[in-house]
Ligand binder design. Structure first.
Ligand code: ZN
Ligand code: ZN
Length: 191
């Protein structure tokens, strides 16, 4: 890797060689803990470590520190990097320079990626298709959130439960019509 790359943190520290995993070299800032990863190094590691795919477990979205929201400058070419979400909640975001094929990891972010099973999925998650899928998931989650605010959690849990149950019914449309049909109502409710 190009020698003497500097971190974008206030101290502009010189990045030092580290290993994120066996066979996965990277450059880390000794002062802020951020890590610069070359996608070529990641791809070599990924092709040698197929077992890493299954290593993830699901972790709550709040387990990772909040997104600071600012994009970094690429230490190699100084262009502003793209800030790409890696999960639907947007709690994990990597800065990528598509020119240099590098990503910046905030302190603790690699471990968070490993714990969520995303460390081996960087290419897939950062691809156009992966980003579109994440955006659709985010949109869906925000719609459900708005409905929960309007109707309350108890009501929405029941609605979602009934929807799942309805989807399994062979005569779904008839069952749906029954919910509003007057002849299906209990006698006491007719008065
Ligand atoms: Zn730094
Ligand atoms: Zn660059």
């Amino acid at each position: 890797m190009t020698p003497r790359l500097h971190c974008s943190c206030t101290l502009r520290s010189v990045l030092k060689n580290v290993a994120l995993d066996e066979g996965l070299p990277a450059l880390a800032c000794p002062d802020c803990g951020a890590v610069l990863l070359k996608m070529d190094d990641w791809r070599r590691w990924r092709s040698r470590s197929p077992a890493a795919v299954a290593l993830g477990v699901s972790v709550a979205a709040d387990a990772v520190s909040a997104d600071p929201g600012r994009a970094r400058a690429c230490p190699a070419c100084t262009r502003l990097m793209e800030r790409l979400p890696l999960d639907a909640a947007g709690a994990l975001r990597l800065d990528r320079c598509s020119t240099c094929q590098t990503v910046w990891l905030d302190p603790g972010e690699w471990q968070a990626l490993v714990e969520r099973g995303l460390a081996s999925q960087l290419d897939a998650q950062m691809s156009d298709g992966g980003q579109r899928r994440l955006q659709a998931e985010r949109l869906h989650a925000s719609r459900i959130q708005a409905l929960r605010q309007r109707h309350g959690d108890a009501c929405m849990d029941e609605v979602l439960r009934i929807r799942r149950w309805l989807a399994e019914q062979p005569r779904r449309d008839e069952v749906l019509a029954l919910l509003q049909a007057p002849e299906a109502a209990a006698p006491s409710q007719r008065n």
